[in-house]
Design a protein around this ligand. Structure first.
Ligand SMILES: [Zn+2]
Length: 330
């Protein structure tokens, strides 16, 4: 009777636990990152309503509000004692010499056992705004690939890792502003940080088209500057998705996106991309619109980044610090 009783209690307990917790974290797979959510984020950020999200305009204010709404829904915390998700700063407009307001949108998922070790997941949410028409469809530079796609990834990864709940390290999700004006947002973010606490930077830029290596591939800038890329490759073995080193060496892309602001501090901070840069007709054109992208490519790439970085997020792997010698290859 006693044995049966214990067993019965155990069964009841197991049953109630299972139903009480919505889903055990092990049940959350990268498949939960779905095309419906990805499409929604992408088409919202790249819509004409957001007017090309130029830093200092009403369009980028709308984009910031959308991202803040998502961070709140996902349950992220604010960064470093800030009252909300905005990291505000001012900058001087190069042309008008006016003082302008700008803000990164930053949300934190606190780590379990390694709370003071940070991993940054970022993309820039600003773009070029509205310019004179070039005889194209409209004069709004929607920046769907550049970088609504990366900002979409930041939100999707925040939702995934929040549900998954196995981040031993803290993750700082950042939508950077002012990238197109010279990486203003990431430079501002990097200014006051204690770099020794930052384990890795995962920056995402232009992931809406098949890369020149074919379907289910992406490339990483600064591949040889740390062993970050090798860790990702190891984690992606057997998944059918392959990460390559950046094929456009001479373009110096490692220093042309927000990852550089953290890499300069020694943080292994790299950019994931799929853009076929030399043949992309939409790069920095008004025609960079959501319908030129493959939502499936963005979704698969976000899933690959989730799988590829998981061992860094959960504290198993720590990439080597970035090497900055020979930065000026000529
Ligand atoms: Zn960009």
């Amino acid at each position: 009777m006693k044995k049966i009783g214990t067993l019965l209690i155990a069964i009841v307990l197991m049953y109630s636990c299972n139903t009480a917790n919505k889903k055990a974290s092990s049940e959350i797979t990268v498949e939960s990152i779905d095309t419906t959510t990805v499409r929604k984020h992408l088409y919202t950020l790249a819509s004409d309503e957001f007017e090309g999200r130029k830093t200092g305009t009403p369009g980028i204010e709308k984009a910031a509000q959308y991202i803040e709404g998502e961070f709140k829904r996902i349950g992220l915390k604010t960064y470093d004692g800030l009252p909300d998700f905005r990291q505000n700063f001012t900058f001087t407009d190069r042309r008008t010499k006016e003082e302008m307001k700008a803000f990164n949108v930053v949300g934190v998922l606190e780590g379990k056992s390694k709370k003071d070790e940070y991993v940054v997941v970022s993309g820039h949410y600003d773009h070029l705004g509205v310019r004179k028409s070039e005889g194209q469809l409209d004069s709004i530079y929607n920046g769907a690939d550049d970088d609504a796609s990366g900002t979409t990834a930041v939100m999707a990864l925040a939702e995934y890792f929040a549900k998954k709940g196995n981040n031993e390290r803290s993750i700082i999700f950042i939508a950077f502003t002012g990238e197109e004006m010279g990486m203003l947002g990431s430079r501002h973010f990097g200014k006051d940080v204690d770099a020794s606490k930052f384990v890795a930077g995962i920056n995402i830029e232009m992931i809406g088209k098949d890369s020149e290596f074919g379907p289910k591939t992406a490339w990483l800038t600064g591949f040889d500057r740390s062993d970050f890329g090798k860790i990702i490759q190891k984690n992606l073995e057997g998944t059918g998705y392959v990460l390559h080193p950046d094929p456009y060496d001479k373009q110096n892309l490692f220093f042309r996106s927000d990852n550089a602001s953290l890499a300069r501090l020694g943080i292994p901070s790299h950019t994931f991309s799929t853009v076929p840069l030399p043949t992309d007709p939409h790069y920095h054109k008004a025609s960079d619109e959501a319908n030129t992208l493959k939502v499936s490519v963005i979704t698969e790439t976000i899933r690959a980044i989730a799988l590829g970085t998981e061992s860094i997020i959960n504290g198993t792997d720590t990439p080597t610090r970035v090497v900055l010698e020979e930065t000026k290859k000529k």
